[in-house]
Design a binder for this molecule. Structure first.
Ligand SMILES: Cc1cc2nc3c(=O)[nH]c(=O)nc-3n(C[C@H](O)[C@H](O)[C@H](O)COP(=O)(O)OP(=O)(O)OC[C@H]3O[C@@H](n4cnc5c(N)ncnc54)[C@H](O)[C@@H]3O)c2cc1C
Length: 468
């Protein structure tokens, strides 16, 4: 029998649940990909993410071809293209891995109406939908309780597909990035290898650091996290593969907290996926009802502040370093994601949906569930969020997590020569210090664009007013 495996974002062959299951039950399997016109027309896409996807797709095709198989690619509307390929090949079955955003769920619901036997699988996460519920049968909104069950539950191991053949079928060329409308931004650094090999290599490198993850992960300058996020996003590694790799290290180092702390991050990822699935309204609205009526400042209203935040020119060095790392590489350290988002909220009062849109365009790993979760956490409007009265201090965050200013100096070169005692508050340098460090405040680097203490107080008041 012939089966189609509709690949969307598990861009790998090994431990790809839909491929594995199709190969068990069919001799002929057609790995099939649709470059989705609907998605390209409507999503907030940007160069880093599209480039990662584009290379990962090409690499998957090559990987399959080297294995005597192929990836059949078409461009158009997914359901129409599926109808065509089913007609062309006489396939009787359709397999795909489940996805959880409202867009993906609507699309997949339509696929269930196709005139074939449709089977979908859990692949993207360790546990999905309502697999982990509270004792009263409700989805968890608090991570700690969720994580306890997540760790206790049996987890699947990675699987290899069985042998299968791919019939010879007409294949579209993959349009170039330029044809798709994406140009490399000026001065952009590409640090990714978007393929299964690249993902495996990333994990191998990270294994050397994982035992210290609990101690090092918050220090932005240390490069101590895995940087697997775009690989997990596009499926160039599988969640089971990386979890079990880590588990093997844990078995050999039972006293280390490093592995457990890292696996807790994988549990956060699942937690946010189940939140998006069970509370789809959070894609559009603050999860906490009481804060839905808060009026944020639009990009238009906050014009100058928005520009300064986006370009890393706020005069708060730690915030600026984070925003510039993002602009230059498409990735930002987690500590900085929290700090810059908190700053956008509690210091600048920027509309969280526009912040979401900007991050979606900029992040190489833009993942709706984790991004909505992270933004609503920092904005104090989501589940298990930072309480609204706890406001990150952008200076002390820098002093604590980048004490010598190494991260700041890497991403904000105009502060390179600023002495350590001024690196977090360069605006306090006197004329001589400014001269000696080649950094004139107000010319080479801005003064703080807002008074943080005032903004902090106002912010707490605004939240309190919303709660009345
Ligand atoms: C405002 C904000 C926006 C975010 N947007 C995204 C996003 O679009 N895509 C994304 O993958 N992550 C997002 N995160 C979560 C986190 O910042 C990144 O997953 C992490 O920085 C990726 O780096 P890493 O792969 O080195 O992570 P590691 O520290 O090595 O963690 C391993 C993996 O665990 C997952 N993970 C880690 N932290 C979190 C978290 N807090 N929430 C959910 N999953 C997590 C990721 O898949 C990550 O690759 C966001 C966080 C915040 C505060």
């Amino acid at each position: 029998m012939t089966a189609i495996v509709w690949i969307r974002r598990s861009l790998r062959q090994h431990d790809n649940t839909a491929i594995v299951e199709a190969s068990k039950e069919n001799d002929e399997v057609i790995p099939f990909y649709v470059v989705d016109d609907d998605y390209f027309e409507n999503a907030d896409l940007g160069y880093p993410r599209v480039k990662f996807w584009h290379e990962a797709l090409q690499n998957l095709r090559q990987e399959l071809q080297e294995d005597g198989k192929d990836l059949v690619i078409r461009k158009g509307r997914p359901i129409e293209e599926l109808e065509k390929i089913i007609e062309e090949t006489g396939a009787e079955k359709l397999y795909f891995n489940r996805d959880y955003s409202s867009y993906a769920r609507k699309r997949d619901e339509k696929a269930k109406g196709l005139d074939v036997d449709v089977k979908s699988f859990k692949d993207l996460v360790m546990f999905e939908k309502e697999e982990i519920l509270s004792n009263s049968g409700n989805p968890y909104q608090t991570y700690t309780y969720y994580a306890k069950k997540w760790f206790k539950k049996d987890k699947r191991r990675p699987q290899k597909p069985e042998n299968y053949t791919v019939p010879d079928i007409a294949n579209d060329e993959i349009s170039s990035l330029e044809e798709l409308g994406f140009e490399r931004p000026e001065d952009f650094e590409w640090i990714w290898n978007p393929s299964s090999k690249g993902g495996t290599k990333r994990m191998e490198e990270f294994k050397k650091k994982i035992l210290n993850y609990d101690k090092d992960r918050d220090y932005a300058w240390k490069n101590s996290t895995s940087k697997l996020s775009p690989h997990l996003k596009f499926g160039t590694v599988s969640i089971r593969e990386v979890f079990w790799e880590a588990e093997r290290i844990k078995a050999r180092n039972p006293d280390s907290e490093g592995v457990k702390t890292w696996q807790e991050e994988l549990a956060w990822r699942d937690f946010y996926f189940q939140m998006m699935y069970n509370y789809p309204e959070s894609e559009e609205k603050a999860l906490q009802d009481q804060f839905r009526k808060i009026e944020w400042r639009s990009k238009e209203e906050a014009k100058e502040d928005w520009k300064a935040w986006k370009n890393g020119e706020t005069g708060f060095p730690f915030v600026d370093a984070g925003m510039r790392q993002l602009k230059k590489t498409g990735w930002m350290h987690n500590r900085l994601r929290m700090v810059v988002t908190s700053f956008a909220c509690k210091d600048l009062w920027l509309d969280w949906k526009e912040v979401h849109q900007y991050f979606s365009e900029q992040f190489v790993d833009a993942e709706k569930a984790s991004m909505i979760g992270g933004i609503q956490w920092a904005y104090s409007i989501g589940t298990d969020a930072q309480p609204y009265f706890r406001v990150f201090n952008p200076w002390t965050q820098g002093e604590k997590y980048d004490p010598n200013g190494e991260y700041i100096k890497k991403w904000v070169p105009e502060l390179e020569k600023v002495p350590q005692n001024y690196i977090h508050k360069p605006y306090k340098m006197n004329k001589l210090a400014q001269q000696q460090s080649n950094c004139t405040i107000g010319e080479d680097y801005p003064k703080p664009i807002i008074d943080h203490d005032k903004q902090r107080k106002k912010s707490v008041e605004k939240f309190e007013k919303a709660r009345e």
